[in-house]
Design a protein around this ligand. Structure first.
Ligand SMILES: *Cc1c(COP(=O)(O)O)cnc(C)c1O
Length: 428
């Protein structure tokens, strides 16, 4: 997608001002429910003979504008929003899969997603094989007869591995299963996974898209490209017991999964986004194209500065020349590599904790993608629950510090880390 088109879509897509009383801003429709014209109208809405609003757990006009805008910026046929990124992932997988199904996933995933796949879904009979994503063929090799999805992050958090999406999408296509890409860290401005073969794109809207650290939200964008009639997904080609005999594939075509997410996923699991949060996230999405470029520029400059420091053992940022993922980043993220930087501090676990405790501008907290700079020591926090081996395959060493580089003056950020190294008494 051209930069111009993307910036325009981020500001306008989905909002017809003639339908909202001329309001230039997208209004917040803070209502749980909608008045039907009469019982026949209500019956038509429930049977999908007519499309319209029924109840905010299923949809809401503010949320619908956000959904249409996200579909436009990612290049999908539809999108559904959820109360958080985790709700998007769990509802998406539970709408798609059943007991006995199998997932192949990258081993470098967001900690919460790793736990969902590794501990919680197995309780429901859905098992995952984790593979080293640096070799795309590993995905195909792990596919079994009951595999029903391949799941990755385009830019892994916190390993900062850039995946060869085109090559992995070929493995998914050969296996006849949907290729699901969590694009939270890269954002739709820097990377559109659908252009590289993704069938479903996931976002935690809490991060760069919302961008201000105020509101949780999540989304699934449906490319509309997956062939649900390939024989592996009878839930789409046979009458649905959960929605009075609806045959999703026949009735809804390319939008089959989008509707299943609403009619069954949101109806039954209930992880709907509050319209107030949708409004906040829309404000963020409108300025995402300019913000993410500055996050990327600040992150690159800070990564280069860290490389020059004697207290620092190593630095990872996919935009750094010499980084393991530099070439893939040039291919998949040529406009910028987003705002996350990780580095190892000399002195290991304790030194990393001490530096994290000593920063003043960087806030110690468990989030990314805020306009304000953030810092965390994953081995003692977000990835604490993992075994040492799992920590290493997720790219989390004991000395690793993760920065989410914000929009402050870059010299103030360098000075803050410099004083933290001194306060923590890091020996070069
Ligand atoms: C934060 C995050 C999530 C979970 O999103 P929440 O909005 O916190 O529920 C999922 N994937 C990635 C890559 C994330 O960074």
């Amino acid at each position: 997608m051209s930069d111009q088109k993307l910036a325009t879509n981020a500001l306008h897509a989905g909002h017809d001002t003639t339908q909202t009383g001329g309001t230039r801003a997208v209004p917040i429709y803070q209502t749980s429910s909608y008045v039907f014209n009469n019982t026949e109208h209500a019956a038509n809405l429930f049977s999908l003979a007519e499309l319209g609003f029924i109840y905010t757990r299923l949809n809401n006009p503010t949320n619908q504008i956000l959904q249409d805008r996200l579909a436009a910026v990612e290049g999908g046929v539809g999108a559904v929003v959820f109360s958080s990124g985790a709700a998007a992932i769990s509802t998406g997988l539970l709408t798609l899969l059943k007991s006995g199904d199998h997932i192949v996933a990258s081993s470098s995933l967001y900690g919460g997603t790793f736990n969902l796949l590794n501990v919680t879904l197995p309780r429901l009979g859905i098992h995952t094989t984790f593979v080293d994503a640096s070799n795309p063929e590993n995905f195909g090799k792990a596919v079994k007869e009951n595999t029903r999805a391949i799941f990755v992050e385009s830019l892994g958090n916190p390993k900062l591995d850039v995946l060869d999406l085109k090559a992995i999408s070929k493995e998914a296509k050969a296996a006849g299963v949907p290729f699901i890409v969590d694009n939270t860290v890269a954002t739709p401005v820097l990377l559109n996974p659908i252009e590289h073969g993704a069938n479903l794109v996931i976002h935690s809207l809490t991060k760069y898209i919302g961008g201000q650290g105020t509101s949780l939200g999540g989304a699934i964008i449906d490319a509309g490209t997956f062939d649900w009639a390939n024989g592996k997904f009878p839930e789409f080609t046979e009458p649905s017991a959960g929605y009075h005999g609806l045959v999703y594939h026949k009735a809804l075509g390319a939008a089959a999964f989008t509707f299943k997410l609403i009619l069954e996923g949101l109806r039954d699991f209930g992880g709907a986004l509050s319209p107030f949060n949708a409004f906040q996230i829309i404000q963020g999405l409108e300025t995402l194209p300019v913000r993410i470029k500055q996050h990327s520029a600040n992150a690159l400059e800070l990564a280069e500065w860290l490389q020059s420091r004697d207290e620092v053992a190593w630095v990872k940022y996919p935009g750094l020349k010499g980084d393991e993922y530099y070439n893939l980043a040039q291919e998949y993220l040529p406009k910028g590599q987003s705002g996350l930087v990780t580095f190892g501090i000399k002195g290991g676990f304790e030194a990393a904790k001490n530096v994290t405790d000593a920063t003043k501008i960087f806030s110690l907290l468990a989030n990314i993608g805020d306009t304000k700079s953030l810092i965390i020591h994953p081995a003692s926090t977000t990835h604490q629950q993992l075994t040492e081996e799992q920590q290493l395959s997720a790219g989390v060493g004991k000395d690793l510090i993760r920065l989410s580089v914000g929009l402050e003056d870059i010299n103030d950020l360098k000075a803050d880390l410099e004083q933290a190294f001194a306060a923590a008494n890091i020996k070069a």
